[in-house]
Write a protein that binds this ligand. Structure first.
Ligand code: ATP
Ligand code: MG
Length: 367
């Protein structure tokens, strides 16, 4: 299970710049609109210092962090859903992502043109993008609604579920609201809703791309977005993407930390973004630690031990007997698995155990 995020925004707002500091697969970022034509897909590793500290104890053959896939697409413009610009073609590329990263230009620079030539206005930018995504969703809905209505009228139960979902979505979308504002009670509705892969139903993280001097506190632009995000119950993050790109190009960890400190930041934008994306999607990490590898595994918050075992292998879930669980802090404190055992700190857990973030898991199973 790997997290997938799609980056959206108007042209020239810094999407590729952000992508570049996230990903090792470098996208071309430049000062002209539609610089990105083909979507860039990058795989980034999820930063987790717990892995490093465990590796110092276990000395494994390798460390395997969790990964996250990021898709950088062409800038969207007004009319994108109707085929204007280049973005429309690529909306499909973000259809199957788990979350949307919506980049907003919150920096002044006369040399970098804003789409349409007007002055910087992230609030308006956000509305333009929202509208295009909503129109695209309406298109998805309208391509199915009439047919489902017909089938439902003939008494088909599944089609009735489909119609109730499609109509509920349609109603909010034509009011200019996002599909994510709708919630469904029944499992059947939730399933059908999920499988529509509507763009505005995905969780969103707003990234305010600010100038270097606003990296810590944000600026007037980002404060406006902050208000809107709050009202929407959405998450937002302030990142000086251009500066972060410079930081990412530095060789050593120490140099990077020094640069961050100068900006008044404790953690790079990449780290903050990934952490936010994880919490946004209710994802957590459990760890397996052995001689061969120390490895991070992603699971959904609230999952029980057998389900988490299934992330590693379906046989682990099917033949689940029990899990031996060490809390991260105990592992570090006692310094070895044996010492943890001796201290009586290893948990022997059954099928009902709810796995916690950072748990070091060892599954017992038979096939
Ligand atoms: N925070 C920032 N401050 C100043 N300049 C920035 C900042 N972020 C990005 N830029 C600059 O803005 C320009 C556009 O950036 P970028 O190519 O990343 O945009 P984009 O959103 O990917 O555009 P497109 O949709 O055309 O692909 C680049 O010259 C980049 O260096
Ligand atoms: Mg780009």
């Amino acid at each position: 299970m790997s997290l997938k995020c799609g980056i959206v925004g108007l042209p020239n707002v810094g999407k590729s710049t952000l992508f570049n500091c996230l990903s090792s697969a470098k996208a071309q970022a430049a000062n002209f609109p539609f610089c990105t034509i083909e979507p860039n897909v990058g795989v980034i590793t999820v930063p987790d210092e717990r892995l490093t500290r465990l590796a110092e104890i276990v000395h494994p053959g390798r460390i395997v962090p969790a990964t996250c896939e990021i898709v950088d697409i062409a800038g969207l413009v007004k009319g994108a859903s109707k085929g204007e610009g280049l973005g429309n073609k690529f909306l499909g590329n973000i259809r199957e992502t788990d979350a949307i990263i919506h980049v907003l230009r919150c920096f002044d620079d006369d040399n970098i043109v804003r789409e349409g030539g007007a002055s910087v206005n992230p609030v308006e930018d956000k509305e333009i993008i929202d509208t295009e995504l909503q129109l695209k969703d309406l298109e998805t809905i309208d391509s199915q609604l009439a047919k489902q209505q017909k089938t439902a009228a003939a008494g088909n139960k599944d089609a009735k579920v489909a119609v109730s979902v499609l109509e509920a979505y349609r109603e909010v979308l034509i009011q200019g609201k996002n599909a994510r504002t709708v919630e469904f009670d029944s499992k059947d509705e939730q399933k059908f809703a999920h499988d529509l892969f509507l763009l505005t139903a995905k969780p969103v993280l707003y990234v305010c791309n600010v100038d270097e001097s606003s990296a810590k506190e944000g600026n007037e632009y980002s404060r406006k977005i902050e208000e809107i995000a709050k009202a929407e119950n959405a998450e937002m993050l302030i990142i000086a993407a251009k500066t972060e790109e410079d930081i990412a190009s530095l060789e050593t960890y120490e140099d990077k930390q020094m640069f961050l400190e100068e900006l008044g930041l404790e953690e790079s934008g990449v780290n903050r973004l990934i952490k936010k994306a994880y919490s946004l999607l209710n994802l957590e990490t459990f760890i397996t630690a052995g001689e061969m590898e120390v490895k991070a595994w992603t699971y959904h918050k609230g999952w029980k031990a057998p389900q988490c075992a299934g992330v590693i292998h379906t046989d682990f879930e099917k033949g689940f007997i029990r899990a031996e669980v060490i809390k991260y802090n105990d592992y570090i404190q006692y310094g070895s698995e044996a010492a943890v055992r001796e201290a009586g700190k290893m948990g022997i857990e059954g099928k009902e155990y709810v796995v916690q973030d950072g748990d070091i898991m060892h599954f017992r199973f038979n096939v």
